[in-house]
Design a protein around this ligand. Sequence first.
Ligand code: NAD
Ligand code: UD2
Length: 338
Amino acid sequence: MGRGRSQVPEEREGRPILVTGGAGFIGSHLVKALLTSGHSVRVLDDFSTGNTANLSGVEALAAAHNVRFQLLHGDVRDDFRVRDAVSSCRAVAHLAAVASVARSVEDPVGANSVTHGGTVNVVRRAVEAEVPRVVLASSCAVYGDPQSLPVAETAALCPMSPYAQAKLAAEEVCSSAAHAGQATAVALRFFNVYGPRQDPSSEYSGVISRFMHAASHGDGVTIYGDGLQTRDFVYVDDVVDAVLRALFRPLTGYSLMNVGSGVESSLLDLLSRIQELCGRTVARDRRPAREGDIRHSRADAGRAAWVLGWRPHSSLADGLAATWSWHTTAANQPPAGA
Ligand code: NAD
Ligand code: UD2
């Protein structure tokens, strides 16, 4: 690894980017964007929530762009698998995690072992293999309920769920490696990401995918709490753009950045937009607020603009329309109630 190196060394130019969790929602968009921009890609995924359908067409994409695509089935906690995965890589985008607050509350030990333990494993093996850069998918969940909005990276941290605690610990793994001069590391605190291929099939799935899945099947939705909680919904293409910049921009040491739209929307607002898209009223069932849920969220993404030259381009209206179109395309419809 390049101690303090800011640029990817030339001899690594043709080497693959490792995407852990590359068969998942965000990971699969990242993989396709990397291939399209002429980078070879290696994916490490255990398919616990990801699936091969998300990666359909990647071989053809790789061939069209004269680059390589390699899929490794394995767990980020499996030391031998991770050693193989990081070998000769140009950079690592580490996305594999138990990506759900609710699931982490149900199984805190398991969630921590993947999200924190897996990061320990990936980062230490990346450092050992002299991989010059690691980008971590972190989360705005580390802030908990911010005292004021928009929330900047300097805000107090108050992780309210095992998921948030594990993400904070994963960030510290990256910052320690960077501060020890072992790697350039970038932690991106994604806000609430949405878009095509977000899996709607579990009760733990992201709220936009849940609501759109229900609306497109003529079903009702469940609202936890009063529906007035707000989130900063950021479209997946914008998030991928931030990850690409974090992978390839000249940087040194450790960088930490919010990746959010800067716009705050309540669940009730979201539901009314979805009703407009589907042209009917969607029935709603109210349940108590979930444990570990935060109340309000909105990003100050000024640092990502400054450091990465990043800004979101998709409005909520455009992003929802594209996501709705994906949900209502027959080939993309998981069976109702799945
Ligand atoms: P996802 O569940 O679709 O993707 C996670 C991927 O990691 C899946 O393909 C899954 O099979 C894989 N994975 C899980 N455990 C693994 C393990 N032990 N070994 C190997 N692979 C494993 O979720 P996503 O929404 O695409 O999230 C990607 C990353 O972004 C996660 O780290 C998540 O915490 C983070 N993030 C997501 C959001 C969001 O709103 N979706 C927001 C903030 C941060
Ligand atoms: C958190 C993080 C997000 C990401 C994600 C991974 C915050 C602000 N965001 O998202 O960055 O890391 O965790 O899981 O911490 N809800 C319903 N009905 C449903 C589904 C959800 O009402 O069918 C509610 C849910 O209780 C919450 C809101 O919708 O209040 C958003 O939930 P989510 O699961 O989409 O995402 P969230 O905010 O937990």
